[in-house]
Design a protein around this ligand. Structure first.
Ligand code: HEM
Length: 313
């Protein structure tokens, strides 16, 4: 019998278009034959079972490795420069993470999101009306909606949102494991344009604050402590990068799964109170984010395997 090769399986999951659209049978093989292994592809430890992954992600001895190295190796061996300078909160560890997240949370509140409801409902109605009952749901609705919602949240004027959308798109493609050197170059250029735009908007909001997230981030204070200008900029870009593609794919996956499961669609049509539950189920069943990682700061033991300090997962 040919021995199971977890690296070949992993490579297929990330690079073979057919597998990307349905990786679940290969995930099952990995869970069965290779629950925890160190991949030779990028030298990282891989955890394929839910309980082990959850233990790792929640372990306080693990965190972000950003800032420890200035390059990151993609699955195809491509090396990419890791961001330097002010890091967004996603790349920080406590106590820096705790400080920035606390300041951001003062302004990024459920109340602020709830206030957007009428505007978001209007955006959905308009995009669905343009789609006209059939067509490319991802291109016409799932793609423009999240970028416009985040722009509304941040406080980007409606007339500037078209300009920002392709920039945000380039930025998120640049985060993918499979990003090509051209993608990375486009992400760099678009990231710089987005920062330039936001710098100008920060200056305008500083002069004349509005009831929007950006004004809130500029003013957010915990005692004497406030976010610096570059912290405001990198964390606003993070909110775009983190909130845009994830939601686009959630919407696309949800529609795809409902079309594939007409009985579930029927249930939702008859009882809209099931919608929040259905969204949770799509996030579990066919999630938009399928990989996450940690740097291991101290030796840890998970699933009977010791992962040495200094490892990446
Ligand atoms: C279906 C939608 C979404 C999914 C699946 C998702 C998933 C994730 C994941 C996996 C992480 C990393 C968690 C970790 O490593 O511990 C994360 C972090 C983050 N996400 Fe999302 N996300 C979604 C939507 C959003 C939206 C809409 C926003 C903002 C508008 C957002 C903002 C953030 C931020 C700011 C972080 C960093 C949090 C921190 O470092 O404390 N995400 N998200």
């Amino acid at each position: 019998m040919v021995p199971f090769d977890p690296d070949a399986t992993l490579l297929k999951i990330f690079t073979d278009p057919e597998t990307i659209s349905d990786p679940y049978p290969l995930y099952a093989e990995l869970r069965e034959h290779a629950p925890i292994f160190k991949t030779e592809l990028v030298g990282r430890w891989v955890f394929t079972r839910f309980d082990d992954a959850r233990a790792l992600l929640r372990d306080p001895r693990c965190g972000s490795g950003a800032g420890l190295t200035d390059e990151r190796v993609s699955l195809d061996g491509t090396k990419r420069k890791v961001r330097s300078g002010t890091l967004p909160m996603l790349m920080l560890n406590p106590p820096d993470h705790t400080r920035v997240r606390g300041l951001v949370a003062r302004s990024f509140t459920p109340r602020r999101v709830e206030k957007l409801r009428p505007e978001v409902e209007q955006m959905c109605d308009d995009l669905l009306a343009d789609l006209g009952g059939e067509g490319d749901f991802v291109g016409s609705v799932a793609f423009p909606l999240p970028a416009n919602v985040i722009s509304a949240l941040v406080g980007v004027p409606a007339e500037d949102r078209e300009y920002l959308r392709p920039l945000i798109y380039d930025l998120t493609v640049g985060i993918e494991q499979t990003a090509s050197p051209e993608d990375l170059a486009a992400a760099e250029v678009s990231g710089a344009k987005l920062t330039e735009y936001l710098q100008d908007l920060v200056a305008r909001r500083r002069a004349e604050p509005q009831d929007d997230l950006l004004s809130g981030l500029i003013q957010a204070a915990g005692g004497e402590d406030m976010l610096t200008e570059s912290e405001v900029l990198v964390n606003t870009s993070l909110i775009y990068a983190a909130g845009f593609e994830t939601t686009t794919h959630l919407l696309g996956n949800a529609v795809r799964q409902l079309v594939a499961h007409p009985d579930q669609l029927e249930l939702l049509r008859n009882d809209r109170s099931l919608i929040p539950q259905a969204i949770e189920e799509v996030l579990r069943y066919d999630p938009p984010v399928q990989v996450d990682g940690r740097h291991v700061f101290e030796d840890i033991e998970i699933g009977g395997v010791t992962i040495p300090a200094g490892s990446s997962t």
